[in-house]
Ligand binder design. Structure first.
Ligand code: GAL
Length: 409
């Protein structure tokens, strides 16, 4: 090849690569130790492509971050990419045409064949077009127990909710907080959901959350859950922390017996170098009903009228679901990958339990998929009020809950 052509080709390459090196601001609410360790896997992978990850972490968890993210997009100050949960949080943005259509990426990458369960893609599909890149499966249906706390209290580590409740007096006598619970509304609301599935059962939970059946919400199965919630409230009375990971830290440091929290808590145990089965125990479904819900995270890409950014957004979307990136991120995050064709032999015992349950199909859609953000917000407001006011009885709370479900969407 003549020299000039070689030179021309070389300059074109450089300008192309220089041209394609794009900075993408990525917003998310992954700010705890474990979350930061996990999201750094995405940032490293993206920076390795020659592009630049501009981190837009927002503290305070989803309840704080989501309104900020959505108002920036609606307000014409879009980020390059953003985390949201699987489900209906981006519904209005998709309908308003403000998010990038990723259908061509999904087809090129074969997402329809690799994403499991397929509901993760359905949650962001409108009129057959795909608008998100799902990156993990997180489940709320877990309880985390501190071996140190139970040893100090001189009682065995419980294997289910009833044994946990029975151990509470011994924990208190040993100066422990039986149940660690952060004060943010989504935490008490999430814990209530987990107790519902374990105590009222899957069918009752589906009748309320999927079918919006207020009679079931006002019925005897749910009455048992509200009674158990009163007990849980008492067990968490001395848990004076805000953020979920500070509550997890009470378990990690043996100051609290247990926490009901999604498996994102795993990232915190990992950063603390604690070993599942040795330092802590994880109970799926509170040891009563071994089940997962398919909550978790997906990335959305606000539209920008810049073909270079759009090309980079699509490149990032494909990267997020690529096998190596999926393994690196999910092992650090404590979540399950959205694709089944990857090697997770490095997963810890709790993740392996989760994979078994997922493979067994004992899976429920998450509340984020079934309930509108508005209905979820109303439930969160009720739960945080109930959790902080011992004068609200189980019957009062149940009646108010049933009224919310009667108008739910
Ligand atoms: C959830 C999110 C998880 C987790 C958690 C706590 O909404 O899906 O990835 O990090 O918030 O911040």
């Amino acid at each position: 090849m003549k020299l000039t052509t070689k030179l021309l080709a070389a300059t074109a390459m450089i300008s192309a690569s220089a041209a394609s090196a794009v900075e993408l601001e990525v917003t998310h609410w992954w700010t705890s130790g474990g979350e930061a360790a996990a999201v750094s896997k995405f940032a490293e992978a993206w920076n390795a492509t020659g592009n630049t990850w501009v981190d837009g972490a927002i503290a305070g968890s989803g309840g704080t971050a989501r309104p900020i993210i959505i108002s920036r997009i609606l307000g014409g100050d879009p980020m390059g990419a953003t985390q949201l949960n699987h489900g209906r949080q981006a519904e209005e943005l998709i309908e308003a045409g403000m998010l990038l259509d990723l259908t061509d990426v999904a087809e090129a990458e074969g997402w329809k064949d690799i994403v499991n369960p397929p509901t993760l893609l359905d949650a962001c599909t409108l009129d057959g077009r795909i608008f998100c890149a799902p990156v993990n499966i997180h489940s709320w249906q877990w309880m985390w127990l501190s071996h140190q706390a139970f040893e100090d209290a001189g009682v065995d580590v419980p294997s289910n909710w009833d044994e946990f409740v029975a151990a509470a007096p011994a924990l208190e006598a040993a100066g422990k907080v039986p149940l660690a619970m952060g004060q943010q509304p989504w935490q008490s609301s999430g814990a209530f959901g987990v107790m519902t599935i374990a105590i009222a059962g899957t069918e009752a939970w589906l009748q309320v959350n999927r079918d919006k059946d207020a009679d079931v919400a006002a019925g005897p199965e749910y009455a048992k859950v509200f009674e158990a919630a009163v007990t849980a409230r008492e067990m968490a009375a001395d848990s004076n922390v805000q953020d979920w990971n500070l509550a997890t830290n009470l378990v990690i440091t043996g100051q609290a017996g247990g926490q009901i929290m999604g498996d994102w808590a795993q990232g915190e145990f990992q950063v603390a170098e604690q070993v599942a089965g040795e330092d802590y125990t994880c109970l799926p479904g509170l040891g009563v009903n071994e089940i997962l819900d398919t909550a978790g995270d997906a990335f959305y890409f606000p539209k920008q009228d810049d073909p270079e950014i759009e090309a980079a957004q699509k490149e990032m979307a494909a990267m997020l679901l690529s096998p190596d990136v999926q393994v690196a991120f999910n092992l650090a995050k404590g979540s399950l990958p959205i694709r089944g064709d990857v090697d997770l032999s490095a997963a810890n015992d709790c993740m392996k339990k989760g994979l078994e349950i997922l493979a067994g199909g004992n899976v429920l859609p998450s509340g984020d998929i079934l309930l509108s953000p508005d209905t979820q917000g109303q439930v969160e407001d009720l739960m945080v009020e109930f959790w902080n006011d011992p004068s609200i009885t189980a019957a009062d709370a149940q009646a108010r809950y049933a009224a919310i479900i009667a108008d739910a969407d």
